[in-house]
Ligand binder design. Structure first.
Ligand SMILES: NC(=O)c1ccc[n+]([C@@H]2O[C@H](COP(=O)([O-])OP(=O)(O)OC[C@H]3O[C@@H](n4cnc5c(N)ncnc54)[C@H](O)[C@@H]3O)[C@@H](O)[C@H]2O)c1
Ligand SMILES: [Zn+2]
Length: 407
């Protein structure tokens, strides 16, 4: 019988003579799935009189009340010990529409949340124990690392339960928490595991940032400089003008920064034609080839934002050295990073391997691998616009790292 025949097989089970190799017509599957969610900006998200969380949950597909569980970043809870109580009170005040089916779970935050399966595993076990369907919600509140780990779990429950992210760091509110990815580290490789899994919604509560330690407050601004340098010259000027106020914890200025930076990231994901990063180019990773390497070289002593600031400073000097931007522009922006409390120099940039080559340059090869084999590095040309290049001059980078070739 022909392998594509619909006639039922006969009872004759005699082995047929081997059929010659063949290629049959393919069925070309194509379906466009809508990719749509809202990123909200608010203050006091868990105040019972704030309707936002209730409205967002009420939009879920379950018959009322909407079931949800809640996962809280332990670092955030240490700084805001009444958080779980406030969330329980919020759910109680909206009992007609919301059903918090289990007390909020407090789990480790920071990079440790991504370095093992512990956080996702605990959430997966809870979802199983409560027999939650994919139509129910996980509300995750915390920093970028915690949201990456919690989002990873949400993506696996019945192939994806609804995730509401409530980011609590500058970096998570303006970058990592508003996008379409999650991630876990494996064997020391950042984000080796992970899925593309858009959230049901994101709620950026500016008040949550008030307890953020200064180091993380400043670190998150690196992503704003990053996106401004390659996409928005006016925003970059604004950042340079407000750098000192931002560092000094000017709350209104930080709200402006978070909003503009989040919108720039979202516009990019929505309009660049490649939300799931199938292609090689990764413009939002400007400054990141060195950053990722610096994070692992220092065993996360440098956090992501700090490493990004160092990566940006290096790539700005490189862009000036090859004539993409004037030297004065590079120096002006590097001074702005420093004024915003971000590092622009670090001893790890000078660490050499046995062959006398800076370790950080290994980041180029790792970045190439991460991109799937073809290097694509984004640089500003001029400030506020970008260009992709497919190779980096290592000798020039070495001179820049050694300080023998200014800027
Ligand atoms: N998924 C993505 O698209 C994406 C994009 C960029 C970065 N990331 C990831 O984000 C992570 C970095 O996130 P981050 O910069 O938010 O750091 P983080 O998540 O490590 O948080 C920093 C620290 O602050 C604590 N914390 C959180 N909120 C707090 C608050 N309001 N008050 C007091 N303490 C608080 C945390 O417990 C943690 O100890 C990295 O793992 C990075 O890879 C992901
Ligand atoms: Zn980043």
């Amino acid at each position: 019988m022909h392998p594509l025949s619909t006639t039922p097989p006969t009872a004759d089970l005699t082995p047929a003579a081997a059929a010659p190799p063949a290629v049959f017509p393919a069925f070309h599957f194509a379906a466009a799935a809508p990719l749509r969610y809202a990123v909200h900006f608010t203050r006091g998200v868990f105040a019972p009189e704030n309707p936002l969380l209730e409205q967002v949950l009420a939009a879920g597909p379950e018959p009322a009340p909407q079931r949800f569980i809640c996962a809280l970043d332990a670092g955030l809870v240490a700084a805001q010990p009444d958080l779980a109580t406030r969330i329980e009170a919020y759910a109680a005040a909206h009992a007609g529409t919301l059903d918090l089916v289990f007390p909020p779970l407090v789990l480790p935050g920071g990079e440790a949340a991504k370095n093992s399966f512990d956080v996702p595993h605990q959430l997966l076990r809870l979802a199983r124990r409560l027999r939650l369907p994919r139509q129910s919600h996980l509300v995750a509140v915390g920093g970028g690392a915690f949201l990456d780990a919690a989002g990873f779990a949400a993506a696996l429950v019945h192939r994806g339960m609804r995730l509401i992210r409530i980011p609590s760091t500058v970096l998570a509110q303006n970058d990592s928490g508003v996008g379409v990815k999650n991630g876990l580290n494996l064997g020391g490789v950042k984000n080796f595991l992970g899925t593309f899994a858009p959230p049901a919604a994101v709620l950026n509560d500016f008040d949550l940032l008030r307890t953020l330690p200064e180091r993380h407050w400043c670190a998150g601004m690196a992503e704003a400089f990053k996106v401004a340098i390659i996409k928005d010259a006016a925003f970059l000027d604004w950042l340079l003008e407000h750098a000192a106020a931002l560092r000094g914890r000017d709350q209104a200025a930080m709200e402006t920064l978070v909003h503009r930076c989040a919108v720039l990231h979202l516009e990019h994901i929505a309009t660049n034609g490649d939300p799931f990063e199938q292609g090689a180019a990764r413009p939002l990773d400007f400054g990141h080839w060195a950053a990722h390497k610096l994070e692992s070289l220092t065993r996360h002593d440098l956090n992501h934002g700090e490493a990004v600031a160092l990566g940006i400073a290096l790539d700005l000097r490189y862009a000036a050295a090859i004539g993409f931007i004037p030297r004065a522009d590079a120096l002006r922006v590097i001074a702005g990073l420093a004024a915003a409390g971000l590092p622009i120099r670090h001893e790890a940039l000078g660490w050499l391997d046995l062959a006398g080559k800076p370790f950080v340059l290994q980041g180029i090869e790792e970045f190439r691998e991460h991109l799937g084999g073809r290097l694509a590095v984004t640089l500003p040309k001029p400030l506020g616009a970008r260009i992709e290049i497919d190779q980096l001059d290592e000798a020039l980078l070495q001179r820049l790292l050694a300080g023998t070739d200014e800027p």
